[in-house]
Design a protein around this ligand. Structure first.
Ligand SMILES: Nc1ncnc2c1ncn2[C@@H]1O[C@H](COP(=O)(O)OP(=O)(O)OP(=O)(O)O)[C@@H](O)[C@H]1O
Ligand SMILES: [Mg+2]
Length: 218
């Protein structure tokens, strides 16, 4: 269970999150909606341990994400959290294959053949198996987004935090990605927290949270 309690975050003296509580259990596939600038990406980054809260707790079970040292946190993130960045954070000069590999290459407990098998399987799931050797530079926005999705799933994380994962996709492709998330949720109990502006995407999750004026509402 990934949970936050009383999380506060300010930037330059302006408080964006005013003490937020949220629990994401194995059984959950949830979404977060809210206006641009309301703090959705900030919330996700804090939950992933990418950003420290000013106050409050960030816990994964007994593990304290909010205070763990950087090495412990990096190891935890690698194995447990799949993160889809709003701006993808891919390496444009590398191929699709190598960008997905970047998600898993530090894992010593997964052998090379298994890494390659997962990359191939995910490329098929997101519809990019014929583009694996293409440089990311040459891809469309929606294709890049699907590379970022594949990279986030390659470690078979227990939790996926997805920042507008379908924002660049047409509705049919977006539905395909949501169906993939739902299959993973049902098969492996992967929990998902999905930031979206799209009411139809949010409606496919079991629970919709809304951020407004620094508060989270269910
Ligand atoms: N590193 C930072 N330094 C200063 N201000 C920041 C920083 N990160 C975020 N902010 C500010 O915090 C507020 C919330 O930003 P955030 O990116 O979380 O919003 P969002 O809800 O994800 O918006 P969008 O829907 O446009 O992606 C914004 O006003 C933003 O300018
Ligand atoms: Mg955002």
């Amino acid at each position: 269970m990934l949970s936050i309690e009383g999380v506060r975050k300010s930037f330059n003296g302006r408080e964006i999150l005013h003490g937020i509580d949220l629990s994401l259990g194995k059984e959950k596939m949830a979404s977060v909606m809210g206006k641009s600038g309301s703090g959705k990406s900030t919330l996700l980054a804090i939950m992933a341990g990418l950003l420290r809260p000013d106050d409050g707790k960030v816990l994964y079970g007994d593990f304290d994400i909010g205070t763990a040292d950087e090495d412990t946190l990096a190891e935890f993130r690698l194995k447990t959290i799949g993160f889809i960045f709003q701006d993808f954070k891919l390496i444009p000069s590398l191929t699709v294959h190598d960008n997905i590999l970047l998600g898993i290459y530090p894992r010593k407990d997964v052998d090379e053949a298994e890494k390659q098998r997962r990359i191939q399987a995910l490329a098929e799931e997101v519809g990019l198996c014929d583009r694996l050797k293409e440089q990311v530079n040459n891809l469309s926005g929606g294709e890049k987004q699907r590379v970022a999705i594949a990279r986030s799933l390659v470690n078979q994380p227990a939790v996926v935090l997805a920042d507008e994962p379908t924002g660049n996709l047409d509705s049919k492709t977006a539905d395909g990605i949501m169906a993939l998330f739902q299959r993973l949720h049902q098969k492996h109990e992967t929990s998902f927290l999905i930031v979206t502006h799209d009411q139809d995407i949010a409606a496919k999750t079991e629970h919709i949270y809304r951020i407004q004026d620094g508060e989270l509402m269910s």
